[in-house]
Write a protein that binds this ligand. Structure first.
Ligand SMILES: [Zn+2]
Length: 451
């Protein structure tokens, strides 16, 4: 054998060992694919134009005027969810969650705020919940000016319209877990609606397994010819916002600053887009949010929930948080002509496919541990057995420590521990995901060291 051939043979052998039971690449589920076809840019446009028609949706604006102000937007959204529910034999529980927000930096006097949401109950595991949100409030240049026009077509009628459209198409099917479609106010006042919902969820011990906020997904038309037009950004934090000092100490000793639950969720969304939306993709951004900025996922993260932010790739600051005006011949304002409804529909499809995959699959494995009882070149992982009825088994996934995404997977059957022979935990990152009988895969759980 010549040396070239020997090297090639050795490489093949290594690849065979490492990918021994590699599961086949995921094929689109026809039901999810159909749902994505149902998502309509026209419906999204209708919702955005209706929200804009209320003149302003500033959180401090009128609550009882039927045609102008945040109260009109609140009632419109509630009625839309009700209509959608009628069309699915009352499959949604539509709620108004009102609370009195005390005075705060951007709230000059105590003000009622109302989260509006629709709950699509899961069939087999209703206690497991996924939340998708947009904020329905808007602002002009000043967040406390309740009188100026604040169309907020992109920020964030776009995210709100995506949520309504998802409720419409997703409610035609059933899922193992519960999905909550939510529109919140008070984002521009300091993430107030989302904070209230997240705090209530924490106190009620709700099992929110993932939350996405869609905020500014309009694909602003001034960037129509940008090079990376066919993408949307998914922001995820690396180090968990609620990390304890002890967990930080473990992380410093083992790595994992790129493996928070939210980063796993971002990878899951990216993998989903790769399967269901080959022409319109996800750019993962390794930050909690845009530079020094905040969004409605943050109060969820701070309370230990897994959450990401979804935002258009290019933002145009002349058309966000601006009084509508022309100055020195230049137009400013967040008006509908700067929203690309087709772009919003594409972002909505990535959301919907990801949510459907999450809610159809079993929960991600719990208490995943990397066994460290002794030193060795094998890697042993263990986890809790799933209590879900349709569990088929688990996959171990891994990647090089420098890779942004999981590159390899091995099906290991319905077991609760597994040894990866000849693969050192020093040289790879590992994770575990669950697979149900229909082949649906959960997001990956990253192990912590256990004895
Ligand atoms: Zn916003």
């Amino acid at each position: 054998m010549n040396t070239k051939f020997t090297a090639a043979f050795a490489l093949c052998l290594v690849l065979t060992v490492f990918s021994g039971f590699a599961p086949p690449p995921e094929k689109p589920d026809p039901k999810i694919a159909q749902m994505l076809k149902d998502i309509s840019a026209k419906n999204i446009e209708t919702t955005i134009l209706k929200l804009v028609s209320f003149g302003t949706r500033n959180t401090l604006s009128a609550q009882d005027n039927p045609t102008r102000g945040i109260g009109a937007a609140r009632d419109y959204l509630y009625n839309e969810f009700q209509k959608i529910s009628k069309d699915c034999n009352n499959c949604l529980e539509v709620e108004k969650q009102t609370f009195l927000q005390p005075q705060a930096a951007r709230v000059p006097q105590p003000t009622n705020l109302t989260n509006v949401y629709a709950v699509l109950k899961g069939t087999t595991n209703p206690e497991r919940v996924y939340v998708v949100s947009g904020h329905y409030d808007s602002m002009c240049t000043s967040p406390t000016n309740a009188d100026c026009d604040a169309p907020g077509a992109n920020d964030d009628a776009s995210g709100t319209a995506a949520v309504v459209e998802m409720a419409r198409v997703m409610s035609k099917q059933k899922y193992d877990a519960t999905i909550i479609f939510m529109a919140v106010p008070g984002e521009e006042q300091g993430l107030l609606g989302a904070t209230y919902f997240a705090q209530q969820a924490l106190e009620k011990k709700m099992d929110i397994e993932a939350m996405f906020t869609n905020d500014i997904i309009g694909g602003v038309t001034s960037f129509k010819n940008a090079a990376n037009r066919q993408t949307v950004r998914v922001f995820s934090e690396g180090v968990p916002s609620n990390e304890t000092e002890q967990q930080a100490e473990t992380r410093r000793g083992t790595g994992g600053e790129n493996d928070s639950p939210s980063r796993q969720l971002a990878r899951f969304i990216k993998e989903t887009a790769d399967v269901y939306s080959p022409k319109f993709g996800v750019t993962m951004i390794y930050r909690r949010d845009r530079y020094l900025r905040g969004g409605d996922h943050r109060p969820f993260l701070e309370r230990g929930f897994t959450a990401v932010r979804i935002t258009e790739t290019n933002e145009d600051y002349d058309h966000q948080h601006q009084n509508v005006r022309t100055e020195n011949g230049k137009f400013y304002g967040d008006t509908p002509e700067y929203v690309d409804y087709g772009y919003v529909a594409n972002v909505t499809r990535i959301n919907a496919a990801s949510l459907a995959r999450l809610a159809l699959a079993s929960a991600r494995p719990k208490n995943v541990g990397m066994v460290t009882a002794r030193l060795g070149n094998d890697t042993e992982l263990k986890w809790d057995a799933s209590t879900e009825k349709d569990i088929a088994g688990y996959e171990i996934v891994w990647r090089d420590t420098t890779s942004p995404v999981w590159t390899d997977a091995q099906a290991v059957g319905n077991v609760t521990n597994f040894v990866m022979k000849g693969m050192s935990k020093d040289n790879f990152f590992f994770g575990v995901r669950s697979v149900d009988k229909a082949g649906n895969k959960s997001p990956v759980s990253y192990p912590r060291p256990v004895r």
